[in-house]
Write a protein that binds this ligand. Structure first.
Ligand SMILES: Cc1ncc(COP(=O)(O)O)c(C=O)c1O
Length: 452
């Protein structure tokens, strides 16, 4: 990596011998600004230095920040559990937390054992996460060389953008969807071209093709199942259910052929993969959909990346472990650009331990999927909610009958039940409820009933 030494003989950042060039002015001014007040007043100052000090008095810290970041709005994360607990005046265990799609069952017992007997927390972790990638290769059926682990799928979204996008280049986003794509694009100085989803949350593939041709975005982020809807098209869902009774032997064919909504079917994905664009397929919730991951497709498609996470399936959101499958021609550059110790010792230990108990992971998934169906039926009975059938661990609900979605979220929070509300225009009037344990559903329903 080159370091440009504009006017110094040494590598000492030209603090002592600045030349009067315009490039150097900011460095000189910043030096004067940070001079301790006493030293500054006692030093005999030249006129030039005095006038520079005057002009530097208007210099504030944000002058150093890159211009595009000065305009950045902060990502709105959820409140930490302890803060929430204090605000609500309730113990953490008395809060029904259905606002961030976390997995309330927690990880398998092996994870707690592994963390409790961690031997080398004082040694830096394996920069290649070798143990974890070997375990993931076994779990996913794709070789470890295609896999990169990270500090959550979130880190990979940012890393991909850092490796792919020049400032001013474009990404294609299909809202409503996970807002981190737009946020990370802004952080990386990229522009966002949007092709909104259709009313049933399915992708508008025709529009996507047109926009790729016209705007030439470098990459597209696709979430399947999508967050926040996680849905499939209800009429076809019903059709498939009816089909199950009439044509039971054809059901798997029918569902894979007719799947619509936010789950991307193979036909659409292939169409998009044929475009000159890097496709990042985010499968954060794939385990709850019953649909197979597309991780192995990265061996066939040079323009496909598939992202996965331990946050949902293995309930390790707090430890931050995500992973992705990449074509070999791309992964090489991510290895070079990533932070060397991005997966902590604790995170790698925990993820490996979680994968040692696939039966537990499967049972938790089944419990959440069953609870999702019960929650859906109960939400349908609420007179001011219109829930969308979901293939994830959350359910999106339209708030109807003149009720205000934000007020609903606030009223529920007062009863200790947290749900997600949206301030963006596409989802004004919607709330999202994560699937919890049966007792969480019961508490939510009790609180909702108190509001009828
Ligand atoms: C669609 C989607 N992708 C990625 C993530 C982030 O996953 P991680 O916790 O691994 O960073 C989330 C988190 O909610 C998500 O909804």
């Amino acid at each position: 990596m080159g370091v440009i030494d504009l006017f110094c003989n040494s590598s000492s950042l030209c603090i002592d011998r600045p030349k009067p060039s315009s490039n150097c002015n900011s460095l000189r001014r910043s030096r004067i600004t940070f001079m301790p007040p006493l030293a500054a007043s006692s030093a005999a100052m030249s006129i030039e230095e005095e006038s520079q000090q005057e002009s530097s008095s208007s210099l504030t810290g944000d002058s150093f920040i890159r211009p595009h970041l000065r305009k950045l709005s902060a990502y709105q994360p959820i409140l930490p559990f302890e803060v929430l607990s204090t605000r609500l005046g309730r113990k953490p265990e008395d809060i029904v937390k259905l606002d961030a799609n976390e997995n309330p069952y927690g990880p398998p017992p092996e994870v707690f054992e592994a963390l409790g007997s961690m031997r080398f927390p004082y040694i830096y972790p394996d920069p290649e996460s070798r143990r974890l990638r070997a375990a993931l290769a076994k779990d996913s059926g794709i070789e470890a060389e295609y896999i990169l682990a990270a500090c959550g799928a979130d880190e990979l979204i940012d890393l991909i953008m850092r490796c792919v996008l020049e400032p001013g280049e474009k990404i294609l986003d299909c809202p409503p969807t996970f807002t981190m794509y737009e946020f990370d694009a802004a952080v990386n100085g990229a522009l966002v071209v949007k092709v909104p989803r259709k009313a049933d949350f399915s992708l508008d593939v025709e529009q996507i093709s047109d926009v790729v041709e016209r705007e030439k975005p470098k990459c597209i982020f696709l979430t399947s199942p999508n967050n926040p809807d996680g849905s499939m098209y209800i009429l076809l869902y019903l059709f498939c259910c009816i089909g199950l009774h009439i044509l039971s032997f054809h059901i798997s064919y029918l569902t894979s052929f007719f799947l619509l909504g936010s789950i991307i079917d193979d036909k659409d994905l292939l169409k998009i993969l044929n475009l000159p664009i890097l496709v990042v397929l985010d499968e954060a919730y794939i385990e709850f959909s019953g649909i197979e991951s597309k991780m192995s497709w990265v061996k066939k498609f040079e323009n496909l990346i598939v992202l996965r996470t331990f946050s949902k399936r293995a309930a390790l959101a707090g430890l931050r472990v995500g992973y992705g499958a990449f074509p070999l021609s791309i992964i090489e550059y991510l290895w070079r650009a990533k932070q060397p110790y991005n997966v902590s010792v604790a995170a790698e230990l925990a993820a490996c331990a979680a994968l040692e108990n696939p039966v537990y992971l499967e049972n938790v998934k089944v419990a959440l999927v069953q609870e999702r169906e019960r929650l859906f039926k109960l939400l349908k009975e609420v007179p001011f909610l219109n829930p969308y059938p979901s293939y994830s661990n959350f359910i999106l609900c339209e708030v109807t009958s003149g009720r205000d979605a934000k007020k609903l979220k606030e009223d529920l929070a007062k009863t200790g039940v947290m749900i997600r509300h949206y301030s963006n225009k596409e989802l004004a009037g919607y709330v999202r409820v994560s699937v919890g344990k049966p007792e969480h559903t019961d508490s939510l329903m009790k609180s909702l009933k108190s509001l009828y």
